[in-house]
Write a protein that binds this ligand. Structure first.
Ligand code: TAP
Length: 453
């Protein structure tokens, strides 16, 4: 077996090495998951719920340890990392209520009645990206397990540490062997095997639209169930009647959180021209005020990018001569640092305006009115998130209905709550995660007729 060295993105120093399984190891894990699934689906709902609650308690008892691992292995600021570990606990607790609520229907028909059952799909392959290793793991893992499936999770090669630890905590909490397995490794090896192996009955993939397209083609060959959470290029629409102080003060966090490595990053700010100058005046100190630095320090708001290769990619969107309006700060020395960067004015053909940068780079574009804001917001193959700033509630709803996007917020930048559905329009994805219906996406509906005559 080969090994992969996890680097600390803030120092470029090795954190640890992780063994890379081969395709044959993935096959062995799938065999274990198939065997475990027969037993797991037979566990009484109340007992399955109890095990998920014990799993949540084990995560809760290790929030600080998980957070420290995410700081070291992914460069997430410590406050954010603690929230992420607590989020895993909360998502597990929320879906621990699901096993006892997987109820079907009874439908009277001539000569009898039909009843429906939600049967687990079987083995679920969960492929996770590097930008939010813990939350995205939890969003697939918890409802899939609650619905009676077994899960094999493949974390991103760059950021496997918290997933590996969460897998150990599941075992310590008493989840039976084979019910939840974590297989770090390469996407092209372990991830591909999950897609290709016929015993894996559903794939939950979060990552780039490019890889998602290939995964979809792979699943099509076997008519395999699939959820896709892909890229984004979300608009932050600031209309003239908005609370400009709040819109400008929060806009940096809508795009620079997690150093911009966020599928929901509002990386295109569209501002009504009549208030553009005032918005920029307020936006500049807000950008310069973002605390960029050592992710282990309390108070740090933005850490480094994930890798040297990714920093080169992000930097390619800000070539010499790019229209930099202003920038925040970033430490010198080791670490994959990149300062918060505001580009304006940017042409509609500029890659920084059309492509997902996945780094702390935002473009600002003036729009004449509401109609032009909607047209520009929709002029993208993506449709994941977005924000609308206005003091007129009717207008807020009108614009929200018109923007082709799965997750919008009015006078706010928040995107994700585990008790509401989450997912993208257009090339941002397929299917929805989270919310009360998520376990249903991990079941097949079985319809049984019972003759009464
Ligand atoms: P990708 O390069 O697409 O990788 C995502 C995952 O897929 C990784 O675990 C990767 O493994 C694996 N993978 C790569 N090739 C594969 C293959 N042929 N078969 C099976 N698995 C394969 O994305 P990324 O760079 O990690 O993440 C950034 C992207 O994710 C951005 O586009 C972002 O918008 C998107 N994202 C979307 C969301 C939602 S909820 N819509 C949330 C977060 C991120 P390796 O690590 O070994 O490459």
């Amino acid at each position: 077996m080969s090994e992969f060295t996890v680097l600390n993105p803030a120092t470029e120093l090795p954190v640890t090495t992780v063994t890379q399984p081969a395709a044959a190891d993935a096959d062995a894990a799938i065999t274990r998951a198939v065997a475990a699934q027969e037993r797991w689906r037979a566990v009484a709902p109340g007992e399955r719920a109890g095990m998920l609650r014990r799993f949540a308690a084990a995560v809760d008892a290790h929030v600080d340890e998980l957070a420290d691992l995410e700081v070291a292995g992914s460069g997430h600021p410590i406050g954010q990392a603690r929230w992420e570990a607590g989020h895993v606990r909360d998502v597990l607790l929320y879906y621990s209520a699901a096993p006892e609520r997987l109820i079907g229907q009874q439908i009277p028909v001539p000569g009898g009645l039909n009843v429906t059952f939600h049967e687990p799909v079987g083995v679920v392959g969960l492929i996770v990206p590097w930008n939010f290793p813990m939350p995205i793991l939890a969003w697939g893992m918890a409802p899939a397990l609650a619905a009676g499936n077994t899960v094999i999770a493949k974390p991103a090669e760059l950021t496997p540490l918290t997933a590996i630890r969460i897998g150990e905590l599941a075992a310590e909490a008493g989840l039976p062997d084979g019910v939840f397995q974590v297989m770090p490794g390469k996407g092209s090896v372990v991830g591909q095997r999950l897609v290709d192996h016929p015993a894996v009955r559903k794939i939950v993939f979060t990552g780039s639209t490019e890889v998602g397209r290939e995964i979809m083609a792979g699943c099509a060959r076997q008519i395999k169930r699939l959820t896709l959470e892909l890229g984004g290029k979300s608009a932050n629409i600031v209309l003239a009647d908005a609370d400009l102080e709040r819109a400008a003060a929060t806009a940096p966090y809508a795009v620079f959180d997690n150093a911009g490595q966020d599928c929901c990053a509002r990386s295109r700010i569209l501002v009504q021209r009549s208030v553009l100058d005032r918005f920029m005046e307020l936006f500049e100190p807000a950008v310069k005020g973002v605390a960029v630095g050592d992710p282990a320090q309390a108070g740090t708001e933005m850490g480094p990018l994930i890798s040297a290769a990714h920093r080169r990619h992000v930097a390619s969107y800000v070539p010499d001569g790019a229209p930099v309006a202003f920038r925040g700060s970033a430490p010198d020395g080791p670490g994959y640092w990149f300062p918060p960067t505001v580009l304006a004015p940017v042409g509609a053909n500029d890659p920084a305006y059309t492509e997902e940068v996945f780094g702390p780079v935002v473009t600002v574009t003036p729009v004449e009115d509401e109609a032009e804001a909607i047209a520009i917001a929709n002029d993208t193959p993506y449709g994941l998130s977005g924000s609308i700033w206005t003091s007129n509630v009717g207008r807020a709803i009108r614009v929200a209905r018109a923007v082709e996007s799965g997750n919008l917020s009015v006078n706010s930048h928040s995107s994700v709550r585990y008790w509401t559905p989450f997912g993208g329009f257009k090339q941002s994805g397929l299917g929805r995660e989270l919310g009360p219906d998520a376990p249903d996406a991990f079941t097949e509906t079985k319809n049984v007729f019972i003759a009464t005559e």
